[in-house]
Write a protein that binds this ligand. Structure first.
Ligand SMILES: Nc1ncnc2c1ncn2[C@@H]1O[C@H](COP(=O)(O)OP(=O)(O)O)[C@@H](O)[C@H]1O
Ligand SMILES: [Mg+2]
Length: 325
């Protein structure tokens, strides 16, 4: 389960971002009265984070709100400096050479920020391309390519304000690809999107890793999304990685099954209630259904419930032997 720490430079650092023992403290100054000294409060947003992002793969960081996902992305993307720890990209020190790094990465956040609503997709991309020093025919060609990649050719000349949420998110992805980055950081890319659109975005993310060989880091608080997309997943809680592994390894660690909720009429039959409890704890749902039929109990409702990420995390935290170091 634990990844091997490799310190020797060379080939093993090629084609990946490697973070070692990253720490980020935010220092908040609380203003008191006019003469009272402001109290300092330290938020330990990321405590000791080591991870790798290889090209051609999707690496997931899974965690509830406040776990430190966005802080992690902001450090990896050189938007904020780590308090301590080391960060390399293709073997180059990313903290020292952050301008070099910025040319090779891009960040896509969920939501609708970073786009100019009055401008069309083409105009937006032309603007963002110019920030990377791109212009002329080569930029136009790139824009046409990107619009095709994200499936927005037909909407290319429509102002973004008339786009659906899914179209805006696809344009965000095109914007994130304008500098042809080697690594792409996606902060909750499907947040707030409906199921169909989220699925479309996931397919696009998969294509970017598998076909365009981008190294993708994706944060999410959806277990299913991490399992569906990610080749390797880090589970972050309170700024620390509490588990990591391939999706198969984590599925085993999460050990959750969707719960079948069967709603029945209240009953006073103690024998039946005891049996129901016993059967309900067994894995096979048909036991319960057989029992209901035998006692001619009318089912009032059926539903399948996915577990909350919080629940699954609690289970991991309460199994100290299975935590990664
Ligand atoms: N700019 C900031 N200043 C102070 N505290 C922050 C700042 N950004 C995030 N935090 C705090 O750091 C912790 C991690 O936040 P964040 O990285 O945004 O988590 P996530 O993206 O997983 O929800 C939270 O306790 C949050 O309140
Ligand atoms: Mg966040």
């Amino acid at each position: 389960m634990c990844s091997v720490v490799r310190d020797e430079p060379g080939n093993q650092e090629e084609g990946k971002i490697i973070a070692r023992h990253l720490v980020k403290d935010y220092i908040l100054k609380e203003k008191k009265g006019l003469f009272a000294r402001g109290q300092k409060k330290v938020v330990h947003a990321v405590k000791d984070l080591s991870l790798e992002i290889p090209q051609g793969k999707i690496t997931g960081v899974l965690g509830i709100n406040g776990a430190g996902k966005t802080t992690t992305i902001r450090m990896l993307a050189s938007i904020i400096a780590p308090t301590s720890g080391s960060l390399t990209m293709n073997g180059v020190d990313a903290v020292k050479k952050h301008l070099w790094v910025k040319e090779r990465i891009n960040v896509i956040s969920g939501g609708e920020r970073n786009l100019y609503w009055r401008l069309t997709a083409k105009e937006n991309l032309r603007y963002f391309g110019s920030l990377y020093g791109l212009s002329g025919a080569s930029l136009n060609e790139k824009i046409a390519d990107l619009l095709e990649t994200v499936g927005l050719e037909e909407a290319a000349d429509i102002p973004v304000e008339r786009y659906s949420k899914g179209m805006k998110q696809r344009l965000q992805i095109a914007r994130g690809l304008i500098n042809d980055p080697e690594y792409l950081f996606m902060d909750e890319p499907t947040l707030g999107l409906d199921i169909v659109i989220a699925k479309e975005i996931r397919r696009l993310v998969q294509e970017l890793a598998k076909e365009k060989k981008k190294g993708i880091l994706l944060t999410t608080h959806y277990i299913r999304e991490a399992e569906e997309l990610c080749d390797y997943i880090y589970v972050l809680d309170k700024g620390e990685i509490i588990a990591q592994g391939t999706r198969e390894e984590l599925k085993e660690l999460f050990m959750y099954k969707p719960q079948l909720l069967i709603q029945v009429k209240p009953s006073d039959d103690q024998e039946y209630l005891a049996l129901l409890k016993e059967e309900g704890e067994k894995t096979a749902d048909e036991h319960v259904l057989n029992l209901l039929m035998k006692h001619q109990i009318q089912v009032e409702g059926l539903s399948v419930q996915e577990p909350e990420l919080e629940e699954v995390l609690m289970k991991i935290i309460s199994q100290p032997d299975r935590r990664s170091q």
